[in-house]
Design a protein around this ligand. Structure first.
Ligand code: CDV
Length: 311
């Protein structure tokens, strides 16, 4: 019996500063119901899916910043999503800002969770590759303050067995780093779930706008193929209070081909039946890690962080 999982990516259109969590959760539930109607048993929601992409705003009052974070999951506003997912028997990935306490200190993480079809959290990932800056950039059209508002994730890149598949998670900027996929690939990942918020404009360097979509898809397709895994990528997109973010939510096959892609910059569901054995031939042949990897030549990958030319 081939292992198959019908899965969906639930892209979200803009969430504005004025939108509240109850309204957002209603949108998530509508997408979840649509996914279920479509036969999907696993749904991927975006990064920071409960609020606007708040790192674009400069804030100095910690109380104001903390309003974008969840102190419990599920909490009162998110509980209905868990309840309905359980009722429908659908598992999901959800990104949100996590406020927690570790060793008596408050910690802020850009987090995603994996929730099984009976509504239980089975996995958690805290974003490792935090992009942007921590200081105020007064001349930039908007900020990208992930380095200010979040701590670097402290739990690594892991995988979990759920719905008869090996599922890993990462978040947005992580998708641009081959190391993220490879660490999961070495744990036999079959599905990489990820959410993202990618501003259409690069505030650090003027580049043609089309490159944003090109680099997004290039990263997903390379990560999928080189690790023989499905990649399910879900955007929050469109103009949030006038600040544009790319759409392009996609389901990429282990061959690197795009199996489905969102067409709008709004709430939109795309779904595909994932053949979980499609990547097996790649794992047996060109990407047979056991046979072909040469770790004795990879020391610099973990031994050195920045590039340094010594010749
Ligand atoms: N939310 C993100 O991590 N955004 C980043 C930046 C670089 C735009 C991204 O990789 O899309």
């Amino acid at each position: 019996m081939p292992r198959k999982l019908r899965a969906a990516v639930a892209q979200l259109g803009p969430i504005h500063l004025a939108d509240n969590r109850e309204a957002v959760v209603k949108r998530l539930i509508a997408l979840l119901r649509e996914a279920h109607g479509n036969g999907a048993r696993f749904v991927v929601f975006p990064e920071l899916a409960l609020t606007t992409f708040f790192p674009r705003w400069w804030m100095t009052d910690q109380g104001e910043i903390d309003r974008y974070f969840e102190r419990e999951m599920p909490g009162p506003e998110t509980r209905p999503l868990f309840d309905i997912a359980k009722e429908l028997g659908v598992g999901f990935y959800l990104g949100y800002a996590e406020l927690t306490e570790e060793n008596g200190k408050q910690r802020h993480y850009n987090t995603s969770i994996l929730v099984d079809p009976v509504g239980k959290i089975v996995g958690r990932y805290r974003k490792i590759h935090l992009p942007g800056h921590s200081e105020h950039l007064p001349d930039a059209p908007f900020q990208h303050l992930e380095k200010r508002y979040f701590d670097v994730g402290n739990e690594g890149f892991n995988v979990w067995r759920m719905q008869d598949a090996v599922i890993g998670m990462c978040i947005c900027n992580d998708r641009r780093w081959p190391e993220a996929y490879r660490v999961m690939g070495l744990q036999g990942v079959e599905i990489v779930a990820l959410g993202y918020n990618t501003p259409t404009m690069n505030i650090h360097h003027r580049e043609p706008e089309h490159l944003r979509m090109f680099h997004h898809l290039l990263s997903l397709q390379a990560g999928a193929y080189q690790n023989a895994a499905w990649v399910l990528a879900s955007a929050k997109c469109g103009a949030e209070d006038g600040f544009a973010m790319i759409g392009g939510s996609a389901i990429v096959a282990p061959t690197g081909e795009i199996a489905a892609q969102a067409l709008t910059e709004d709430d939109e569901l795309i779904a595909t039946t994932l053949d979980l054995e499609l990547g097996d031939y790649l794992r047996r042949t060109v990407f047979n890690f056991d046979k072909h990897r040469r770790t004795e030549h990879y020391g610099l990958i973990t031994g050195r962080t920045g590039a340094r030319t010594e010749v």
